[in-house]
Design a protein around this ligand. Structure first.
Ligand SMILES: [Cu+2]
Length: 461
């Protein structure tokens, strides 16, 4: 009798929540990247129930390249979790029965051994539950910590948990969720097929892919982040690693606020912020002008050769007071001679024949187009269409002239791929446009032909 009572008491103790007083219970809203659950509006602590499932499944790494991703909630990064400072979290981790590996979770927001790793260790087809109180506000990484830890992380087992401070974060118009990760495959970047994990490259820290949100192109084309001029945007940025530190930068924007390393310290007017492996940063900025703003790891080969590139597409009215576009193109003569203007009225040099046009056109291309369309005209998948072997370019010269004169936006199909991006109007004179198009038509595997300045003039209106 006495013993039975004692056992009963022990069982009851086990069931008692962390906080002696009972809290209102609610289920957490979880979101897949790049979306973020809405801000928390309550002003009291709650018991928040979270259910995450670990999965192992084949997904897209790049076009034609697949990879067996291990994930929390079916996405890389895993579901975004949003709780409030002081909340009690009741966390249930389920490991899908089809998994081959056990998994667990180490949440950096947890104060406790292993961040929950031991308590959450879960075999395939099982669930584990544990509870913790979120004491410290901030943006925290969570990840799998099952051995070999590096391999579980390298396969995509990481995500972010935001512990909102009691008074909330300043309001913004849009919030997005972006996490960088490095991936190690048997084949080199772009090699087709299902690519197995390469432990040796991982140990040497030589990734084939460095990407945002688990794949090349996960934030470009019709998956680009969007916003409007005048809005404020907040990015919850994380770095799953496993190895690289990110130099996170948005081309053409300055971060008004950076919550350094995801903590309380707010820095202002920052160009590039470091996001350590297993760490985070929150960045805010206001959008003053329209255009495509490119998210990169400014360790720049990673952006242009390994995939760490995303797009924030901003629509709205131009503000020439803030950004004018190119106002003038003049010839710079270093010997100190007078600077000549290359206006329509006074063309600098007129090409005498087609070969000369092509030669002049090459200079125009390198100075004005190559940054986007690339050195061999190959473009960047999902962002800038190729001008090499371009069916779009070859099919209609007048249309190509209008693209350069007026810019181009909206969906266009080039060589079977859809691009939905923005090319700004180029401030070039008729001769320059004729030269650059003649150069393109006669290079990079295009079909030849010639464009004249008169032809360009006819397309102006
Ligand atoms: Cu795991």
């Amino acid at each position: 009798m006495k013993l039975a009572m004692l056992v009963g008491v022990a069982a009851a103790v086990l069931a008692v929540p962390l906080n002696a007083k009972s809290l209102p219970v609610e289920k957490a809203t979880l979101t897949a990247p790049p979306m973020v659950p809405p801000p928390i509006t309550r002003n009291y602590p709650a018991k928040v129930q979270i259910h995450l499932e670990t999965q192992e499944k084949v997904g897209r790494m790049a076009d034609g390249v697949e990879y067996v991703f291990w994930s929390f909630g079916g996405s890389v990064p895993g579901s975004f979790i949003r709780v409030r400072e002081g909340d009690e979290v009741e966390f249930t981790l389920s490991n899908h029965p089809s998994s081959k590996m056990p998994h667990n979770i180490d949440l950096h927001a947890v104060t406790g051994p292993g961040g929950g790793a031991v308590s959450s260790f879960t075999s395939p087809g099982h669930s584990s539950t544990f509870s913790f109180q979120v004491i410290n506000p901030g943006l925290y990484v969570y990840h799998c910590a099952t051995a070999p830890v590096g391999m579980h992380v390298a396969n995509g087992m990481y995500g972010l948990i935001l512990v909102e401070p009691k008074d909330g974060l300043p309001k913004v118009d849009r919030e997005y969720y972006v996490v960088q990760g490095d991936f190690y495959t048997k084949g080199a970047y772009g090699e087709a097929g299902v690519q197995p994990f390469d432990m040796e490259k991982a140990i040497k820290e030589q990734p084939d892919y460095v990407v945002f949100n688990g794949a090349v192109g996960s934030l470009t084309g019709d998956k680009a982040l969007t916003a409007k001029v005048g809005e404020t945007v907040r990015l919850y940025v994380g770095n799953g690693g496993p190895n690289l530190v990110s130099s996170f930068h948005v081309i053409g924007e300055i971060f008004d606020n950076v919550y350094v390393e995801g903590g309380d310290l707010v820095n202002h007017n920052v160009q590039t912020t470091l996001v350590p492996a297993g760490g985070s940063a929150i960045v805010d900025f206001k959008l003053d002008v329209p255009g495509n703003f490119i998210l990169v790891d400014h360790s720049i080969f990673r952006a242009f050769n390994k995939g760490a590139l995303g797009i924030l597409k901003v629509e709205g009215k131009e503000d020439k007071g803030i950004y004018s576009g190119k106002q003038k193109d003049s010839v710079y003569l270093p010997e100190g001679s007078a600077v000549q203007s290359v206006g329509d009225a006074a063309p600098f040099v007129t090409a005498q024949n087609k070969a000369e046009k092509i030669r002049f056109g090459q200079r125009i291309y390198e100075a004005n187009c190559q940054a986007c369309h690339q050195a061999k005209g190959e473009g960047i998948k999902g962002a800038f269409p190729p001008v090499a072997k371009s069916d779009y370019l070859n099919a209609d010269h007048d249309r190509a002239i209008r693209v350069i004169l007026n810019g181009l936006s909206g969906a266009v199909k080039v060589n079977g791929e859809t691009y939905n991006s923005v090319m700004p109007a180029m401030q070039l004179n008729d001769m320059d446009i004729a030269n650059v198009l003649t150069y393109l038509l006669n290079n990079f595997g295009n079909k030849g032909g010639e464009v004249t300045a008169e032809q360009v003039a006819n397309q102006r209106h």
